[in-house]
Design a protein around this ligand. Sequence first.
Ligand code: PHE
Length: 459
Amino acid sequence: MGSQPSAAVENPSGRISFSNRLSIIAVAAGSAIGLGNIWKFPYIAGVNGGAAFIVVYLACICIIGLPVLTSEFIIGRRGQKNVIGSYVRLAGKSSPWLTGGFISLFCSATILSFYGVVAGWSLEYIVKALTNSFAGKTPAEVGGLFGSFVSSPLKPIIWQLVFMGITAAVICAGVKKGIERFSTVMMPLLLAIIVLLCIRSVTLPGAENGIAFLFKPDFSKLSAAGMLDALGHAFFTLSLGAGTMITYGSYFNKKEGLAATAVQVSVADTVIAILAGVAIFPAVFSFGLEPGAGPGLVFVTLPNVFAQMPGGYFFCILFFVLIAVAALTSSVSMLEVGVAYVTEDLGIDRVKATLLLTFLISFVGIFCSLSFGRLKELTFFSKNVFDLADFLVSNIGMPLAGMLSVLFVAWGLGRTNVEDEMSSGGSVPIGYLSAFMIVTKYLAPLGIAIVFLHSLGII
Ligand code: PHE
């Protein structure tokens, strides 16, 4: 569209919206805070030398994360529709910008297919923790437990389906009664659990070594690949390029300042990621274990830590509940992207749309789950199904869709529309508009392009 403000602006459009500011933060932070914060962030920080990695990561959140997040909120709230509908309304029916919407839709569904698998593991680990399965086991035995669980043909799939079922139930209940109510209850719970775990971790003997690992940067440990990991992770952790923040943005009321919301969500997301590090590393160091264990950090190293820690039985249960809760508020946001599209644009009712999409996504997810066992040998471009799905979205789809959303806002929507939407029709002061335009026009796209080319092995 040109630079004329669209009709969507004055129109509170009758679209359902979240009740208040607090719920907006809870749902958006609920989407952002997930396995990315509690499972992935600590282990990639661990393998990349801790504090130095965190410094780079914070810079990436500011330079790329914030502008893209704000852009996605702008598209959603101005479009007042699902991810595709919003692009159609703002750019026109046959506009090439629609590509961004379709890639986002694909990404949300694909992420959920493998996300549900790892989230399902956390449910099994809640049961393992409740039944005290790690007590008295050697680290090798705990590792073996994980290996045999993820490679077994049925159990992980059952847990994945249970997880998908809970996600679907929340979505069926609706935007306000489902998503909003669920996130506003779960997010304070999540915060309470993580604070408890942090207190336990930092009061262990030798905890200071873990704190130093997290907060004293040693840049000699940071490689170029680590820096690019930080960029890529900034994307994943803020749920960018998957249509979630566009869809949620369409449920924001017209009064809220979008940039302020983006800042608050990013701060909440970052604080939780760092708290996850504080809950994990001091304990890992206290028991002399390896901080750079990689993806097994949470499912192998930590159960070992809990098995030796005073009160470990209780904290182990809490930890896996924390992962499950964080994953659920994110998976709900992924499923809503597709459900909003199917209900609004294809005219299928909400329950049917939810069931249909849950079925399709879970079906693909089964292959992701089996790629740790029976289908290990099934590879494409030397990646198993799980890794392929992850690679396609994390390294290609999300950066591409995120890039398109920021470019669309800067170049397609244009300054007049952006000003109108960001200032909520003139009621929120936005002295930073010029800076925002420069960042969205040049800096953020350039940063994303670098991550993208790196992910593809081109640089
Ligand atoms: N941000 C979520 C996490 O950190 C993952 C996610 C990606 C959620 C994309 C929604 C969309 O775990």
